[in-house]
Ligand binder design. Structure first.
Ligand code: FES
Length: 308
């Protein structure tokens, strides 16, 4: 993977338990540009976490991220101070605005607001029609002041489940044709939004999902990974990822997030049926079944033949 050496420029507490970090290239050079909704994977001590970029991606002199303090890598980042260095991947885009959309309906839960901040800034830059439903705890609405100014009546801030479901129902049934929906937040929220949207007649091509917490994955069942180039069989037991099994067998597979988000471990499939559990591939790629993310995905067939 390409690694960016970044240095912390500023840290700011922007809401209860949420710290914004501004990161610049350690050598002072411009950073790689990226579309709105992109993320980077940061090395946070021994952990690797994925964070959405909230900065303008056109010609960034710094990347900004907002980190909710939980445990592990997020605590590490909360403890960084200006001058500290951090390693990051190049930005990855899996949640970019659809340029042909007539309107963008954004739905964010909690810290899932971060990619939406970039989407709102992008929509305003390109004078696009945008509406945001933002669910957050009382007094924990990061970016609330900026979003209120930017969106006015097109921002719906809700702090209870009942209010959210009411606003959601109205939003799903009252949109111009050609609206695209983007949702980011905890699994319970994203699942509800996607289910209600499907029930309201939204087609999958107009629904876009970004999870900030990897889905809980079951251990799965044993299968065999057949390596086409050598004819070797590698057994993947329950609870061990395909990536882990391959690495343990001495097979080099690039990887980064190990959460099915970054796309680094994409592996071509020659035979068998993958059981996709990532957040990276789109529906067309999933249906084709010709590649899978080895860090989280498994096999529906007893054997999966890989181009390795
Ligand atoms: S390592 Fe990031 S998707 Fe697998």
């Amino acid at each position: 993977m390409t690694v960016l050496d970044l240095v912390v420029r500023r840290t700011t507490e922007i809401a209860d338990g949420i710290r914004e970090l501004a990161l610049a290239a350690a050598d002072g050079r411009p950073l790689p540009p990226h579309p709105a909704g992109s993320h980077v994977v940061l090395e946070c001590g021994p952990a690797r976490n994925s964070y959405s970029l909230t900065n303008d991606g056109a010609a960034p002199s710094e990347y900004t991220i907002a980190v909710l303090r939980r445990s592990g890598g997020s605590v590490y980042l909360h403890e960084r101070v200006p001058g500290d260095t951090v390693k990051a991947s190049r930005p990855r885009s899996a949640f970019a605005p659809v340029r042909t959309a007539r309107k963008h309906l954004l739905i964010a839960g909690g810290i899932g607001i971060t990619p939406m901040v970039a989407h709102v800034r992008d929509a305003r830059r390109w004078a696009q029609n945008v509406e945001l439903i933002y669910v957050h705890r009382l007094d924990a609405g990061a970016f609330a002041a900026e979003l209120t100014t930017a969106l006015g009546p097109h921002l719906h801030r809700v702090t209870t489940r009942e209010d959210f479901l009411g606003v959601l129902k109205g939003a799903l049934t009252d949109q111009p044709l050609g609206t695209h929906l983007y949702v980011c937040g905890p699994g319970s929220l994203t699942d509800r939004v996607l289910t209600d949207a499907a029930d309201a007649g939204w087609v999958p091509q107009r629904l876009h999902l970004e999870r900030f917490v990897p889905a809980e994955l079951d251990p799965g069942r044993e299968f065999v990974a057949r390596l086409a180039r050598t004819g070797r069989d590698v057994v993947v037991p329950p609870g061990t990822s395909l990536l882990e099994a391959l690495l343990a067998a001495g097979v080099a597979v690039p990887n980064l997030c190990r959460q099915g988000i970054c796309g680094e471990c994409r592996t071509p499939v020659l035979a068998g049926t993958p059981h996709h559990r990532d957040e990276y591939l789109d529906d067309t790629e999933r249906t084709a079944g010709t590649a899978l993310m080895a860090c989280v995905s498994r096999s529906e067939t007893d054997t999966l033949e890989l181009e390795l």
